[in-house]
Write a protein that binds this ligand. Sequence first.
Ligand code: ZN
Length: 96
Amino acid sequence: MSHASVNFLFPDGSQMYGEYDGTADVMMPEAFHTLEEMETKWRNHDWSKKCNQPDKCLKELCTVVNHYYGSGCEWKGEVCKTCGLYFGPANDWDRE
Ligand SMILES: [Zn+2]
């Protein structure tokens, strides 16, 4: 039912945007550079998306700020800026 926007905050001060499925409690697998791009793909994600530049793929640690829960919550996740993929974890408690 409820989806929420998330911000991916990188140590260098840049940020990207993502989507969280509050019904299944899982993060969507894509990271977007702009809010417009996020809105275009809202609830229409490509689950099979792969890195299009595997040799340049770089998982960067970021802070995931989830706006779904009342005051919001945060956790550490990994995003590749080049291909726009979010690698996990899927939610705040499902850590490997
Ligand atoms: Zn990549």
